[in-house]
Every structure is written in structure tokens, then in C-alpha cells.
Write a protein that binds this ligand. Structure first.
Ligand SMILES: Nc1ncnc2c1ncn2[C@@H]1O[C@H](COP(=O)(O)OP(=O)(O)OP(=O)(O)O)[C@@H](O)[C@H]1O
Ligand SMILES: [Mg+2]
Length: 374
């Protein structure tokens, strides 16, 4: 990224009641960067924020701020502020006093408080709301007050723990754009937590994909989407067809009983791998024009495209196409060399497969802890 490193987590490990929650955790965050921690419930996102904020002390490892070790520095002495999903506004104070709160604690001059609060309310589009009671505000407005309150303290780093989680979809989208704008304007480093992959991809400079207390991949949204490191990342970010394969040689992958030219090399001879192919990269063509062909078993209109499930010798592929295909029809699946992503085998291999049981309900069930390993 080229900018100075502001936060560094080095070899962090944390356990609660003997249960490891973060393992071998290493993360460098650049000044002014928008970093998002993304992962399923319980993977350790909030714990990571609490370590940066100083509310949890790691069992192992150290936290650095601008190159200085701050592992033992208490929260109130760190130049870090947190915004929570539950806004935790002071109900007995009006909007102005909520935003001014931190500055009053620090005994700032009245003129400075007035000027700063006005500037912050303008930034979050709440000019004119200063005297309102916070209980009379909508959820989105309350969240804006929480953002203004955090920014008024002039933090170097803002930690945001699912700040948009309680908002409805439309408002959430608006707030995503606004938060991103505020981050650009202020240049403050944001460490943002979400379990919404679309939110992570659209807002961040860098995405940190986590599972079971470990970082699975760090990269730009494009990297994470286009070059997932393992089957977990591929499955968690977007839709994926994930197949068992082997590398028959450099630039030659074998899967679904066929060999395909690809862009990957450097694997051992006939090394088993996981193959990811995104549904939107597959072209539906007449059956005789493609290596793979199969029968359309379901078609769902999704607004932008059709989601089409195709049975190829029992493996159910998902493709996304703007062209309608009828159920029962034979179609070919055209896959180009750059549509094939090859991943090393991992502990996640075999856990995510085809779309044979595809339905949102089913997906929810399989992703729950009780559903794992079925
Ligand atoms: N103070 C604590 N005492 C005991 N266990 C804890 C404590 N805080 C967190 N945990 C456990 O650590 C694990 C990680 O929790 P954490 O809150 O970091 O997850 P998360 O990724 O933020 O999840 P969510 O998306 O549900 O907020 C969970 O299994 C949780 O139960
Ligand atoms: Mg959490």
C-alpha cells in the first residue's frame, strides 16, 4: 500500500476458558487504510477489535501502534475509538451533548467544542438536529450520531463493529457510501467488521477473511474474489463451483473427467487440488461446442441474471447467465483458461461441493455449526 504502518498485530493468540479464539494472528494495517474483518459468527472478529482497542489482553503476542509496543497500554490511552452495532448513545443527552461528550471529558474549550460538534454533525448530514433528543431519531440517524461522537474525539483509528448490522438494506447501502466518504475525507484508519461479504468487497481497501480464529486470506477485494486461497474463502465470498481436481502439468488442470488449459503452474506432478469456477464466468453454449455438457435442472430469475443449475454426470453446476434456458434442456458449459482458479488442498477441501441441494434454506442449515460435516 505504500503508506506507514499504524497498527501491527504480531503472533497474537487468545483463549477464553481454555478455548482458543485467535491463533497465530498476524495483521499489519496501514495509516489511512480501510480494512475489513470478514468471517462467520464466532470466528474472532470482535475479539480482534477488542485487542486493538485494549479491552482484551492477548495471551501471546504483541500489539504495535506506529511502531511502539502498546500491548500493556490501557484503552483510554490509545488513540483508538470504537463504534458498536448497538449505538450506545446516552439517552438523557441530546444529539449535541452526545457528540460533545468525549471533548467535555477531556475539558476542551467551549468554543472548540461548539465548532467541532457543528463540523461533525455536518459531516454525518445531521445539521439542524443538535437539540433533538436521541430517542426521537431513527436507527440510521442514531448511528450517524454514534459516528459523529467517535470522530469528534479525533481518533487515529476507528474500530467499527458491524455498525450497519441493525439497519434495513436500503439504509445500509446509503450508510456504506457515506461511511466510505467520511473515511476518505478524514483520512482516519478504519477497521471495520462485518459478516456481509458484499459489504466487505464494496467498502474496503483490504479484506481479512477469517475462520475459526485464523486468518484465511488477506488481500484487496479483487484478490480475494478472483484468487481465493482455499475452498473456505471461495465459498464464503460469492458463489462458487468447487471441484476436486489434479494438476496434470503446468497450465493443465484435470477435473470433471476432462483436461482444461489454465493459468496455474508450479504444482507437483498430478498434485490433487481444489478447482473454483465462478458461476458468472461460465458461458452457456450449444452442447457440441463445449467440453462439458449437461441438463438444466433449475432456473431462478434473480433480476440481473438467471441462476441456472446444470447436472453434468451427477455434479450440479451453477451458472449465471442473462439468457434464459429451459429446464430439461441440454447445454454446454464453456470454461476459459482464466475462469479456472486452482487452489491447494486444505482442511476445507470436500466441505463445499456442488449445488445438488441448493436452496437458501439448505445453505443456512449447512452453514450452522450443527449442520457441519453432513
Ligand atoms: N469474554 C469472553 N469469554 C468467553 N468467551 C468469549 C468471550 N468473548 C468471546 N468469546 C468467544 O470467542 C469466540 C469469538 O468471539 P467473537 O465475539 O470475537 O466472534 P465474532 O467473530 O465477533 O462473532 P459475531 O459475528 O457473532 O459477532 C466465540 O466462540 C465467543 O463465544
Ligand atoms: Mg462480533
Amino acid at each position: 500500500m505504500g503508506q506507514n504502518e499504524i497498527i501491527s498485530l504480531q503472533n497474537i493468540a487468545v483463549s477464553f476458558d481454555g478455548e482458543p479464539v485467535l491463533k497465530d494472528f498476524n495483521l499489519q494495517i496501514g495509516e489511512g487504510e480501510f480494512v475489513t474483518l470478514l468471517g462467520p459468527s464466532g470466528c474472532g472478529k470482535t475479539t480482534t477489535l477488542r485487542i486493538i482497542g485494549g479491552f482484551v489482553k492477548p495471551d501471546q503476542g504483541d500489539v504495535f501502534f506506529n511502531g511502539k509496543k502498546i500491548t500493556a497500554v490501557p484503552p483510554y490511552k490509545r488513540e483508538v475509538n470504537t463504534i458498536f452495532q448497538k449505538y450506545a448513545l446516552f439517552p438523557h443527552l441530546n444529539v449535541f451533548e452526545n457528540v460533545a461528550f468525549g471533548m467535555r471529558v477531556h475539558r476542551k474549550k467551549e468554543a472548540e467544542i461548539q465548532a467541532t460538534v457543528r463540523r461533525m454533525l455536518e459531516m454525518v448530514n445531521l445539521t439542524g438536529f443538535a437539540r433533538r433528543n436521541v430517542n426521537q431519531l431513527s436507527g440510521g440517524q442514531q448511528q450517524r450520531v454514534a459516528i459523529a461522537r467517535a470522530l469528534a474525539n479525533g481518533p487515529k483509528v476507528l474500530l467499527l463493529d458491524e455498525p450497519l448490522g441493525a439497519l434495513d438494506l436500503k439504509l445500509r447501502k446509503d450508510m456504506q457510501v457515506e461511511l466510505k466518504k467520511i473515511q476518505k475525507q478524514t483520512g482516519i484508519t478504519f477497521v471495520f467488521v462485518t459478516h456481509d461479504q458484499e459489504e466487505a468487497l464494496s467498502m474496503s481497501d483490504t479484506v481479512v477473511v477469517m475462520d475459526k480464529g485464523r486468518i484465511q486470506q488477506i488481500g484487496s477485494p479483487q484478490d480475494i474474489y478472483n484468487e481465493p486461497k482455499n475452498a473456505f474463502v471461495a465459498d464464503f465470498i460469492g458463489e462458487s463451483n468447487i471441484l476436486d481436481g489434479v494438476m496434470a502439468g503446468d497450465y493443465l488442470a484435470e477435473f470433471a473427467g476432462k483436461r482444461f488449459r489454465c493459468l496455474d503452474k508450479g504444482f507437483a506432478p498430478m498434485e490433487p487440488v481444489d478447482i473454483v469456477i465462478r458461476p458468472e464466468d461460465i458461458e452457456a453454449v450449444p452442447p457440441q461446442q463445449a467440453e462439458l455438457s449437461g441438463t438444466v435442472v433449475s432456473v431462478t430469475f434473480k433480476g440481473v441474471h438467471y441462476e441456472i443449475i446444470v447436472d453434468v454426470h451427477g455434479f450440479k453446476w451453477m451458472i449465471q447467465s442473462t439468457r434464459y434456458q429451459a429446464v430439461g434442456q441440454e447445454i454446454g458449459l464453456e470454461i476459459g483458461p482464466d475462469d479456472i482458479h486452482v487452489m491447494k488442498k486444505s482442511e476445507y477441501s470436500g466441505m463445499f461441493g456442488d449445488y445438488s441441494s441448493f436452496s437458501d434454506e439448505m445453505e443456512g442449515l449447512l452453514n450452522s455449526p450443527e449442520g457441519k460435516g453432513q
